[in-house]
Design a protein around this ligand. Sequence first.
Ligand code: GLN
Length: 452
Amino acid sequence: QAHLDAIQALNPRLNAFITVTAEKALEAARASDKRRADGLAGKLEGIPLAIKDLFCTAGTRTTAASRILGEFTPPYESTVTSNLLRDGAVFLGKVNLDEFAMGSSNATSAYGEVENPWQRSNDDGVRLVPGGSSGGSAAAVAARLALGATATDTGGSIRQPAAFCGIAGIKPTYGRCSRWGVVAFASSLDTPGPVARTVEDCAILLESMSGHDPKDSTSANLPVPDFAAACARGVKGLRIGVPKEYRLEGMPDEIEALWQQGLEWLRAEGAEIVEISLPHTKYALPTYYIVAPAEASSNLARYDGVRYGARVDGQDLKDLYERTRAAGFGAEVKRRIMIGTYVLSAGYYDAYYLKAQKVRALIKRDFDEAFTKVDAILTPATPSAAFPAGEKQDDPVAMYLNDVFTVTANLAGIPGMTVPAGFDRHGLPLGLQVLGRDFDEETVFAVGTVVE
Ligand code: GLN
């Protein structure tokens, strides 16, 4: 009830929730109280969570922040949310995102922008973006509207909004969390994961969300470690890599200073700092912005006005498809579909898509090589703090540059975590990113706990 009250008070300003399921939440809370009284409490018993509106929730509208899915109520529950319910979590509702998770500012949502709960200390009244695509998840957690939230990360959508809102968030290894029942954006990159106030809270949530799922053929059949226990491991004897390619020209001094500070904290706890090279880093953004739209154009072909959600009638079937898609998709989604179909089309496939896949393999190889020398890597999470709403909106390339530190982990499949670590000169939160080996989230949590 306290969280529902907070949502009622603050959501009109923040617009973090698209759908609030107050009745269901209270009913679930009562059932949870009863399980606790009966001595049957699960690991997340009674914990109120917000669910990114990209996860299918049985009987609750799931929009992907798109008009085209506006009236879609799934008859089934995603595996990740089923796992959370199994452990006793209570869902408060569905939170806002960029349309189909495409964006870095939550401005492409058909349900309106989300406001970052943080403001600059000089109180200039400027509204800041919460980051994207999981902007609703991050804003809801930062504003104390939920104790944690589900999110997804295709190119940074967990880590960038977590950094902009001063919270923690982990993109686990690709395959750690099932994608079943999560609306697809770019299937070889999409990774569900949690955002929460602390590294340890993320560990607890991730443990519940993870696990093999026969319904997702890319789900890893591996045991789920005790992530919360890993938080207390310390970093003594660990080697932490500092990739020189992540030292960007023009990056604010505070970010560079915070990075050095993070390395100092790790050194003080007994880690060894090692300079490393990830030579193909400069190709990561162009590679991502070919692979992700290519897969998106294929995945989004299913929204034809026949099978799901909104339909605009037409004179014949083709006309119906065209009218439905013209009215149902926003500008950024259309841009991605056009780029994606172009790079996959005969004559351009080899030059763009196939080339991007080859470069992707080189980026992965850079990390494989680095992880023979180090146990984890520390970088900034984002090249800036949260920026004002409206900025970069009419410049897609400037928007894409936000993802410079995050897309590499998706291309390589490795785990990456944003840890809230400091503030800029305006008092806005800044995050550092910890990258780890495939399926070694435990080391990421251990390092993150020291940096936090
Ligand atoms: N900002 C990136 C994009 O727009 C990443 C989005 C995401 O991770 N879902 O594609």
